[in-house]
Design a binder for this molecule. Structure first.
Ligand code: ZN
Length: 214
């Protein structure tokens, strides 16, 4: 039997001092807003637009701030708890929103992530799964790397028996131009431990995510 959980905490999470917190602080160069603004002005000129036009005069500032917002991850505490109940079934958070920027076109891609793990000695607050996804999303990304980074981070910080991450996303660089494949979604996955090695666990994971492959 497997239980899929979304957005709720596991029963029996101890509220005592045995929680363990790991401050996750992103190491990233801060965005240079004035330089980004100048670059957007130059881009407007290169695109044949007049940056002094009254409708465009605030654009460099807005664009620079929008990119800074999309590219600045927030620090958070990855809080884990002892797995006192010996819970050994899959824990899955489904449909975590994903918004990121494609590093090839600087255009957004967005969709959902399904993140699961088979607990070992410790479990973690489910909201943290979404925070891990968000942290790696706020970067120039490719979907494959984003998927792998989320799986690696969980494996590294929680050392569960298995980790599975699936991301389904629509890339604006695909849907707005080129092949114009509107609505087409790219699916990527990354697996560690039992979810990678054990066919039954893997099938169970993909079945719960609603992805029809194993
Ligand atoms: Zn792209």
């Amino acid at each position: 039997m497997t239980s899929a959980q979304t957005g709720t905490s596991l029963p029996g999470l101890p509220a005592d001092g045995r929680r363990r917190s790991l401050r996750v602080i992103p190491r990233r160069e801060a965005v240079d807003l004035p330089a980004a603004e100048r670059a957007v002005t130059a881009l407007l000129v290169a695109l044949g637009k007049d940056p002094t036009d009254e409708h465009l005069s605030g654009t460099p500032d807005r664009v620079a701030r929008a990119y800074a917002d999309l590219l600045t991850p927030r620090a958070f505490d990855l809080t884990t708890f002892p797995n006192d109940e010996g819970y050994d079934e899959l824990v899955l958070a489904r449909d975590i929103p994903v918004q990121s920027l494609c590093e090839h076109h600087l255009l957004p891609f967005h969709g959902v992530a399904h993140v699961g793990y088979l607990p070992g000695d410790r479990i973690l607050g489910l909201s943290k799964l979404a925070r891990i996804v968000e942290q790696f999303s706020r970067d120039l990304q490719v979907q494959e790397r984003l998927t792998q980074q989320v799986a690696d981070r969980l494996q590294q910080d929680l050392t569960p028996k298995g980790v599975g991450v699936v991301i389904e996303a629509e890339h604006l660089c695909m849907s707005l131009r080129g092949v114009r494949a509107t609505g087409s979604r790219t699916v990527t996955s990354a697996l560690h431990g039992a979810l990678r090695e054990d066919a039954r666990s893997r099938q169970e994971f993909f079945a719960l995510t609603g992805i029809s492959r194993a």
